[in-house]
Ligand binder design. Structure first.
Ligand code: KIV
Length: 262
């Protein structure tokens, strides 16, 4: 996929959209050679790559740095960059500057969390040529407001509010919306009620696409196994085994041999 028009066309044709996060050139080179439709330089990199407990530590500079690393080597897929915590909640000039920095680093579109208080900015950015992806449900930048990383939209009133926010994001010009950790029935209803694609994570099978954090789906962590996650590889074990094999071959002088020598 190369454009926001491809997102619309996929929904129109009832074809699912696959998205993974991608934070660096190393993994981008691999993702570039796959069938994955689109990548997200998510602010989850604050946790996955930098060891912070939440996404709140991601800055515009950090997001731009990672976006540039991915964009340098990934030129065959649509790249969405996250606007980090509070960077789009300031005055218009600062918000636009933050958006511009990540777009100029190589993103083709930006994602921001929540609808309340963001609609005017979304309209402004869209009118300025910046495609915007929304993000509803569990919005990790609001983790302390939400009381933790919890499923959202369990009660009827909250479900109604999320449904309305999805409509508002569509009306403001978003080309897609991430639905994170909401009941599958709610995600299904929202997906049917808006024309732009929904991209689910922990939102059941009826979204128009799915996104997972690359390191999570590759099983890189042995202590992160939320219900919504499917691990397609036991990366943690495989990498540990490879490192231990290397170590034992070094200490037993099995590596390097003449084959690896000049
Ligand atoms: O930052 C991120 O990785 C995300 C996805 C989980 C949707 O926002």
């Amino acid at each position: 996929m190369k454009s926001i028009q491809d997102f619309a066309a996929k929904k129109e044709r009832k074809e699912k959209i696959s998205m993974v996060t991608c934070y660096d050139a190393w993994s981008a080179r691999i993702v570039a050679q796959t069938d994955i439709d689109t990548v997200l330089i998510g602010d989850s990199l604050s946790m996955v790559m930098h060891g912070h407990p939440t996404t709140l530590n991601a800055s515009v500079n950090l997001m731009a740095l990672h976006t540039a690393a991915v964009a340098r080597v990934l030129n065959n897929k649509f790249i969405v960059g996250d606007l980090p915590f509070l960077s789009y909640r300031m005055d218009l000039t600062s918000n636009v500057k933050a958006a511009g920095q990540i777009m100029k680093a190589g993103a083709h579109a930006l994602k921001l969390e929540g609808a309340k208080g963001n609609l005017e900015l979304i309209r402004h950015l869209v009118d300025s040529g910046v495609p915007i992806m929304g993000h509803l449900g569990l919005t990790p930048q609001s983790v302390f407001q939400l009381g933790g990383f919890k499923v959202q939209g369990k009660e009827h009133l909250h479900q109604m509010a999320i449904k309305k926010q999805a409509k508002d994001l569509e009306a403001a010009g978003c080309f897609a919306v991430v639905l994170e950790c909401v009941p599958a029935s709610l995600a299904k209803e929202i997906s049917a009620s808006i024309e732009i694609p929904t991209i689910g994570i922990g939102a059941g099978p009826d979204c128009d696409g799915q996104v997972l954090v690359l390191q999570d789906m590759l099983g890189m962590s042995d202590d992160f196994s939320p219900k919504f996650l499917k691990k397609y590889m036991d990366g943690h074990r495989l990498i540990k085994e490879a490192l231990n094999t290397y170590h034992s071959e070094v200490v037993s002088a099995k590596f390097p041999t003449a084959k690896e020598s000049y």
